[in-house]
Design a protein. Structure first.
Length: 149
């Protein structure tokens, strides 16, 4: 007559083997927790680096927009003069502006002059000074330029 499971020697071995296979060992649990802790730390570091990048990007975008607006104002001037100066804005940006004739030998004898407009904007972010330089060229009518002098 067959024995019911759980009775006799075979039943004890069955219960003992089943108990071993039913759960995780302490070592497996500790390794899993260590892997999860490392993965969580790496993910948090990636988020922090991403936030720093977003902050720097926002600063550069704001400075670029301000510098571009000022450069457009300078290019709109009909009679620009050769000179160099520095401006400071209310929100802490410093702009170094330079307007100078360029390619004089190539425009000699023409009714226009070529002016190079250079604008460097500087600001401090995170304890570091950052800068961005924009350059452009402008053709100026020589007759208007001579009337100014």
């Amino acid at each position: 007559m067959p024995c019911a499971p759980g009775s006799g020697r075979q039943g004890m071995r069955f219960l003992r083997d089943r108990g071993r296979r039913a759960g995780f060992t302490l070592l497996e649990v500790l390794v899993a927790l260590a892997v999860m802790a490392i993965a969580g730390t790496l993910i948090l570091q990636l988020f922090a680096a991403n936030l720093r990048s977003i902050s720097v990007s926002a600063d550069v975008t704001a400075a670029s927009a301000r510098a571009d607006a000022r450069l457009r104002e300078l290019l709109a001037d009909v009679r620009p003069a050769e000179r160099t100066w520095t401006e400071t804005t209310d929100d802490g940006y410093r702009m170094d502006v330079s307007m100078a004739e360029t390619l004089a030998e190539r425009t000699e004898g023409l009714p226009v002059r070529m002016m190079e407009v250079s604008l460097t904007i500087r600001w401090t972010a995170g304890g570091r000074e950052r800068s961005l330089e924009l350059k452009s060229m402008k053709l100026v009518d020589r007759m208007l330029q001579e009337d100014r002098v």
